[in-house]
Design a protein around this ligand. Structure first.
Ligand SMILES: [Zn+2]
Length: 449
């Protein structure tokens, strides 16, 4: 594998964003405690180093309290960000190192010890403890319970592109910023209270993306990128910053990144702008048709000059196949989107609304009314065949509709063998057939579809 930690490609912080007045933090007098269901061991941390993966940690200092709601928010944010990358790259994203997505790391020191350099102190400590930090094959995503009112946001790539670390603080979540640092005014300063955008931005650094305003060729479009305006995540960019997401060159950089894969199945929750800035060629002309058969839809892709396809089916699932077949789990109207990208990263999309139904053909059965058989039931054309064995007596056959209105009243001799009953002209619905013989009355339900 590649050299470990020999090159630190860059180290960039988002702390240049202006700070607003900080209120007095409440005292940290909670006793550290650990939920028994998140007692991971180191062995789990060392499992999956054969592929390039993202290892997500919830880092809790010795004197801080593990909070289940924080853990849950980190797990949800982590999955959101994975989906965000998939849709904004046009169809590729990373996978996670740990089966439960987020591992808890209990830091060895108290919060105050790390305050002057969370990033280096915690990564040194975790690496020394055997966690896969700065190891080729792992980008670590650390959500740190930092004790900092203004949160954290730092990211770095190393190992010649085969490892990296991204950090964001638990305090970046507005609901966990116990310093009341997050604005309630939606037009207020959003930093640090944009945890998803911050982690996605820092992961961008860990995957090798620079700030686009620090590169000549992208300076002009920098604010259209999450690598500059991360607070717009996932799609809150004002009109003058639209389209917003990943720039063309950021997209193609991630395509070449060893952590990014096609065919990652996840719940796709976002739609997203397509950013073709800077212009690197012509976008593909995207087109497709769909053929619907009950809940299953065959898509036929006629797009030309594309190297990457990404379909979202409107039910949360997606596919990188060129012409996929998709089966919906329930009937409904869905918006299907195909994103297609050219070799140079120019992307275009096409949407189509489809309606799928679940017309299960009911199984036609024979019903028995005494010795008499009626087939098929239900009937799709209103016709029923009534058959009966030789009987030594006459009997009466009556049919009425669901409202009790008589339709047929016929007396049949015992030598009859069959009768064609045609309810077609009475329409779809439920009918009742009644048989009267020798004082007995037998009733059965008939259905016309
Ligand atoms: Zn940055």
């Amino acid at each position: 594998m590649k050299n470990l930690l020999l090159t630190l490609l860059f180290f960039i912080s988002t702390s240049a964003i202006p700070l607003v007045a900080q209120r007095t933090p409440p005292s940290l007098d909670c006793k550290p405690k650990m939920q028994p269901n998140v007692q991971y061991n180191l062995r789990q941390a060392q499992i999956a180093l054969t592929e390039n993966k993202v290892a997500v940690y919830y880092v809790v200092p010795k004197d801080a309290e593990y909070v289940q709601a924080e853990y849950d928010a980190i797990r949800n944010a982590t999955r959101d960000i994975q989906a965000w990358f998939q849709i904004n790259t046009g169809g590729v994203t990373y996978t996670f190192a740990f089966p439960d997505t987020v591992m808890v790391y209990r830091a060895l020191e108290n919060t105050s010890y790390y305050q002057d350099s969370w990033f280096f102190k915690i990564t040194d400590e975790m690496a020394a403890q055997g966690h896969p930090i700065w190891q080729p094959g792992i980008v670590a995503s650390l959500w740190i319970k930092s004790g900092r009112a203004d949160g954290l946001g730092e990211g770095m790539q190393a190992c010649d592109g085969y490892c990296g670390v991204a950090t964001t603080a638990v305090e970046n979540f507005p609901e966990f910023n116990y310093f009341n640092r997050c604005p309630t005014d939606p037009n207020g300063i959003m930093w640090p209270c944009v945890p998803h955008g911050t982690m996605a931005h820092e992961l961008g650094h860990a995957f090798g993306l620079p700030h686009p305003d620090e590169v000549d060729s992208t300076r002009e479009f920098a604010f259209h990128s999450i690598m500059r305006a991360h607070w717009n995540y996932p799609n809150g960019a004002p009109d003058n910053l639209r389209p917003w997401g990943l720039l063309t060159v950021e997209r193609t950089t991630l395509w070449a990144n060893p952590f990014f894969y096609e065919d990652i199945s996840l719940k796709q929750i976002y739609d997203a702008d397509i950013v073709n800035l800077p212009v690197t060629g012509s976008p593909p002309a995207v087109s497709f048709t769909s053929s619907i058969n009950n809940l299953t839809v065959d898509f036929s892709n006629s797009t030309e000059d594309a190297v990457l396809y990404y379909w979202t089916f409107g039910d949360g699932s997606g596919s990188n196949e060129e012409s996929p077949t998709h089966t919906y789990s329930s009937p409904g109207t869905y918006t299907v989107t195909l994103r297609a990208s050219s070799e140079s990263g120019m992307t275009a999309m096409q949407q189509q609304t489809i309606e799928v139904t679940d017309k299960k053909k009911p199984v036609a059965k024979t019903i028995h009314v005494g010795p008499i058989k009626i087939y098929p039931n239900p009937s799709t054309d209103g016709r029923f065949t009534v058959t009966f064995p030789p009987l030594p007596f006459t009997f009466r056959l009556l049919v009425h509709d669901a409202m009790g209105q008589p339709i047929l009243d016929q007396t049949l001799s015992g030598s009859s063998r069959s009768l064609e009953l045609d309810l077609n002209s009475f329409g779809q619905g439920v009918y009742y057939v009644r048989l009267e013989m020798r004082g007995a009355r037998l009733t059965q339900r008939l259905v016309v579809l």
